[in-house]
Design a protein around this ligand. Structure first.
Ligand SMILES: [Ca+2]
Ligand SMILES: [Ca+2]
Ligand SMILES: [Ca+2]
Ligand SMILES: [Ca+2]
Length: 278
């Protein structure tokens, strides 16, 4: 129901809006002194606080998401509606006018100016900068290791630690093991010993380095030669995304069930994306 309401709101807002220009910004101070009701008359896209987000949008979105920023100032007059230190004017994103739906980077339907974790990586916007991270990216340096894992797992430097970042597009993680011999492994496959109840992840044999030193056989590698790095991928089955945190231990097993190596699997990211009703 909530998801559906948002889309209706956005559609109405876009239909009802006229052009926004610089002259409107110059009128903001006077309008604020007169109060939102006086300024709002006749213009559904009026922007009392001049942050680039129309009063009608701010009122409706605040009503739906109830951000607790520690003050009682309504969003249409609050220059930092979620109190995270980033202004509404910045968090609205690069949108064409005040009537346009403001940015929602992590796609969780809470617009960034009301979302205290805009990129959904689990690190609040207010704390991203102190770690040198970008509040608009869950993987600031784009190396595949999400920001919170950079802090907790030493930059994902251990390849046997599988790190999944869940978002609205895809949740996937990888773990790499190296077989040093002696001799070739007839089979190598990966097992997860889950510490929390979840729908089991789907594991696939994903990559061999150097190429040709093992065969890829669905969920396992075959005929793995000494000196070969084998990489497994894991992803949720359909929409069943596991919860954030440590999921459990990884075990690399031979064909006869011998434990060859161990690792761990973690999940990061707070964005929960349901099926959207349009
Ligand atoms: Ca505004
Ligand atoms: Ca803010
Ligand atoms: Ca964040
Ligand atoms: Ca990273």
């Amino acid at each position: 129901m909530g998801r559906y309401s948002i889309h209706v709101l956005i559609a109405l807002a876009m239909l009802g809006c006229g052009e926004s220009d610089g002259a409107e910004g110059a009128e903001v101070a006077d309008a604020a002194l007169d109060g939102p009701d006086a300024a709002d008359q006749g213009d559904p896209c009026h922007d009392t606080d001049g942050d680039g987000i129309a009063d009608s949008l701010e009122r409706n979105l605040e009503f739906q998401f109830h951000p607790d920023d520690g003050d009682d100032v309504p969003a249409e007059s609050d220059l930092d509606s979620d109190g995270d230190g980033y202004s509404d004017a910045e968090e609205r994103g690069d949108v064409p006018d005040a009537c346009f739906p403001p940015a929602d980077i992590d796609g969780d339907f809470v617009p960034d100016f009301l979302d205290q974790d805009s990129d959904g990586d689990g690190i609040p916007d207010a704390e991203e900068a102190e770690h040198g991270f970008d509040r608009t990216s869950p993987d600031t340096d784009r190396d595949g290791c999400p920001d919170p894992a950079e802090l907790e797992l030493d930059g994902c430097s251990d390849p046997t630690q599988m790190v999944l970042f869940r978002n609205c597009v895809q949740t996937v993680g990888h773990a790499t093991f190296t077989w040093d011999g002696p001799g070739a492994l007839s089979e190598a496959w990966l097992e997860i010993d889950y510490e929390v109840p979840v729908v089991p992840l789907e594991i696939r044999a994903a990559a061999v380095v150097p190429a040709g030193n093992a065969e890829v056989g669905g969920d396992r590698f075959l005929d793995v030669q000494p000196g070969t790095a084998i990489t497994f991928s894991a992803m949720p089955v359909e929409f069943e995304a596991p919860p954030p945190g440590r999921l459990g231990d990884l075990r690399l097993l031979s064909g006869d069930g011998e434990v060859l190596d161990t690792g761990a699997v973690y999940v990061y990211g707070d964005a929960v994306c349901d099926v959207i009703l349009i």
